[in-house]
Design a protein around this ligand. Structure first.
Ligand code: SF4
Length: 114
């Protein structure tokens, strides 16, 4: 399997999004999270199989289908770090300002800037 065939479990993509960083940007929600935070507002995204698998190439093609006004991407979930290999491959192929929302680090900011 090449890196572009790597699967990323996704719940949804949206463009344009203005509320998750400097926009217009792409919002990408991935599925899968084992953290079990109390009061989770993304409970429906904790099960990886609540989403659907896309190859990195498929995700990139979807992104390219949006107009070239895209200024970056914001990833949320679910927990993007649980698919960090696929997420890393994807982020290397996208230009612009990248923001990753995570619940992984107790003392870190909720947003991790890449
Ligand atoms: S990390 Fe996010 S998705 Fe996962 S349980 Fe915590 S709040 Fe919910």
């Amino acid at each position: 399997m090449t890196s572009s065939e790597k699967l990323l479990w996704c719940y949804g993509l949206a463009f344009p999004v203005y509320s998750l960083g400097p926009g217009p940007r792409l919002g990408l929600w991935v599925t899968g999270c084992k953290r079990g935070c109390r009061g989770c507002q993304s409970y429906n995204l904790q099960d990886k199989k609540a989403g659907y698998p896309l190859t990195i190439t498929q995700v990139c093609n979807r992104i390219l289908s949006y107009n070239n006004n895209l200024q970056g991407i914001s990833l949320s979930g679910g927990e993007p770090f649980e698919q960090i290999n696929a997420v890393s491959i994807l982020l290397k192929q996208i230009s612009g300002f990248k923001i990753l929302f995570t619940g992984r680090f107790k003392r870190a900011s909720r947003a991790t800037y890449l």
